[in-house]
Design a protein around this ligand. Structure first.
Ligand code: URA
Length: 209
């Protein structure tokens, strides 16, 4: 079973409720995804390694501690992952970025890959895969399958919303990959949508429906 980290800070819950509402405009939906991603990033990156840096304050020298953002790679599952990516980059602007293009075949719900572009030296980097919805788990499992071929130091999976089916699918295929989410909903419907959910995240982020 994967470990599931539920980021249920009151600010995150508040913004998730605004996000789910049918009447949220494209502009506010996009902005909320961005803000929630930033808040979730604090929890996801809690165990990031730090190194010592000698600095001088206006009063005296001291040893500060800093992260090495370049060792981190955010991997966005296109296209909805882009919304989360922007919020994460707000807090770690030096992180590298990879993209995986996957679409869900509407009939079979199977993930089909059409694009894969990663930074070099992945074996020296920690990867955080981002996709707003962990629903059937097909895209998430396919993305992790593909990334493991590149041998990164570690992999985490970040979403805004998931459900028992998605958690089970990831846990079966990749029990070593922790899942970070802002909510765990009741179930999937027959079309692979999360209930009560928030609808199609990609369409709502980009205003395509
Ligand atoms: N993808 C979405 O955008 N929404 C869901 O509910 C499930 C998968």
């Amino acid at each position: 079973m994967s470990s599931v980290h539920l980021v249920d800070h009151p600010l995150v819950q508040h913004k998730m409720t605004l996000l789910r509402r049918r009447e949220a405009s494209t502009k506010s939906f996009r902005q909320l995804v961005n803000e929630i991603a930033t808040l979730v990033a604090y929890e996801v990156l809690r165990d990031m390694p730090l190194h010592d840096v000698e600095i001088e304050t206006p009063l005296e020298p001291m040893t500060g501690r800093m992260i090495d953002g370049k060792k981190l790679v955010f991997v966005s599952i296109l296209r909805a992952g882009t919304g989360i990516l922007d919020g994460m980059l707000d807090v770690v602007p030096s992180a590298r970025v990879g993209h995986i293009g996957l679409y869900r075949d509407p009939k079979t719900l199977v993930a089909v890959e059409y694009y894969f572009k990663m930074p070099g030296d992945l074996h020296e980097r920690d990867v955080v895969i981002v996709d707003p919805m962990l629903a059937t788990g097909n895209s998430a499992v396919a993305a992790v399958d593909r990334l493991k071929e590149c041998g990164p130091k570690s992999i985490k999976f970040v979403c805004l919303l998931t459900c028992p089916e998605g958690i089970a699918a990831m846990g079966e295929a990749h029990p070593d990959v922790p899942i970070y989410t802002a909510a765990v909903d009741r179930q999937l419907d027959e079309h692979g949508y999360i209930l009560p959910g928030l609808g199609d995240a990609g369409d709502r982020i980009f205003g395509t429906k």
